[in-house]
Design a protein around this ligand. Structure first.
Ligand SMILES: NC(=O)C1=CN([C@@H]2O[C@H](COP(=O)(O)OP(=O)(O)OC[C@H]3O[C@@H](n4cnc5c(N)ncnc54)[C@H](O)[C@@H]3O)[C@@H](O)[C@H]2O)C=CC1
Ligand SMILES: O=C1[C@@H](O)[C@H](O)[C@@H](O)[C@H](O)[C@H]1O
Length: 335
């Protein structure tokens, strides 16, 4: 069976997913594209012989669409996710699931009414080989339990429209999710520190930030979010356990050694750094849809991450005081 996929949001991320589905992955085909900018939808749809729509609602209602891929702005994800659930269609929604805990709760409720897990959130780092090895090392138990996680999320630069809150809700949300995934527990409190800002930023930004979070068992996570580092896209993570540490590699197979020294290439963006992880994420989703199964992170994961983001934003506003993460009790459905 070929899974007939409808894409909502024909921007950068949507187009990158189309490219991988059409050229690198198996089992799926883009049959419809929706974007508020209808011309943008047509630009992506026409070369594929797919239909173009001006709204997500029309695409979701199309009976030739089996499953929905959402790559619009986070704050407008919820209505389309809920409409897809109500139509009984699997949905892979880019992060964040939604930008408020209330919108996420509406999604959790819709999914429970449907009685079936249909929502996967685009936390692609869960499919990265390095993070998976770190998780396996922790689960293996030889090095004991985790005490600390040191993370660094560095982007070369960001566009002018990117504002300080995006460092938490758009960027650090990846570490929030991956730390929950690695440690298998919830984050219970967050504080955001604001060191001296770099001069290489738009004036309105406070950059870098450091998010410090504590989990249920007391593991301390520190995450440097630094989005104008100039030199490249650099993601680092070190998990500290009782009897050893495990650190994410740079994912390069070779190191060049010459008169300039030892070096390997620096990634420029999430597209090249997480190329394989994105492919794994979308490929596994397509295969799972074929089997009528859920895969990847759940709507609960999307909700939990948004609750931590919310606490982080509150800390940013209150001068860096620690804020407790407020969450509803986990429904049995997501146990
Ligand atoms: N996993 C990752 O590493 C990354 C994830 N993302 C996520 O992907 C999503 C999209 O981001 P980008 O592609 O960078 O944004 P973008 O601005 O390039 O594209 C968004 C598109 O959605 C369309 N759109 C907005 N509201 C809509 C609506 N209600 N209905 C239909 N179309 C609508 C816009 O016209 C635009 O074409 C975001 O949720 C973002 O957080 C983005 C970059 C990397
Ligand atoms: O999700 C992403 C972007 O939206 C975000 O703006 C970047 O900071 C992240 O590195 C990227 O993975």
């Amino acid at each position: 069976m070929t899974v007939r996929i409808g894409l909502i949001g024909a921007g950068g991320m949507g187009r990158a997913h189309v490219e991988r589905i059409e050229t690198e992955l198996a089992g799926g085909r883009i049959v419809a594209v929706a974007d508020l900018n209808l011309e943008g939808a047509k630009e992506v749809a026409e070369p594929l012989g797919a239909k173009a729509y001006g709204t997500g609602a029309e695409l979701i209602a199309d009976e030739e669409v089996d499953a929905v891929l959402i790559a619009t702005f986070g704050k407008v994800h919820a209505p389309d996710v809920i409409a897809a659930i109500e139509a009984g269609k699997y949905v892979l929604c880019e992060k964040p699931l939604a930008t408020t805990p209330q919108d996420c709760i509406a999604i959790l409720e819709a999914e429970q009414r449907a009685g079936k897990k249909l929502v996967t959130v685009g936390f692609m780092r869960r499919f990265d080989a390095g993070y998976q090895e770190m998780r396996a090392a922790l689960e293996g138990g030889e090095l004991g339990y985790a005490t600390l996680v040191h993370c660094r999320h560095r982007n070369p630069s960001v566009p002018e429209g990117y504002v300080t809150r995006n460092m938490i809700d758009d960027t650090a949300i990846h570490e929030i999710d991956i730390c929950r995934y690695l440690l298998g527990e919830e984050i219970v409190s967050v504080r955001v520190d604001t060191p001296r800002s770099t001069s290489r930023r738009f004036e309105h930004l406070t950059d870098p930030l450091v998010l410090v979070a504590t989990t249920e068992s007391g593991v301390l996570i520190d995450d440097e979010i630094n989005v104008n580092i100039q030199f490249g896209y650099s993601i680092e993570c070190e998990l500290v356990m009782e009897a050893g540490t495990i650190r994410l590699g740079d994912q390069n197979r070779t190191v060049t050694r010459d008169s300039l020294g030892n070096r390997n290439p620096i990634c420029r963006s999430h597209i090249d750094r997480f190329h394989d992880a994105f492919n794994q994420e979308v490929q596994q989703w397509i295969r799972a849809v074929e089997r009528d199964e859920h895969t990847g992170s759940t709507a609960w994961d999307g909700y939990a991450a948004t609750c931590v983001v919310d606490a982080g934003l509150e800390s940013l506003d209150n001068g860096g005081k620690e804020v407790a993460v407020s969450m509803i009790a986990k429904p049995e459905f997501y146990a």
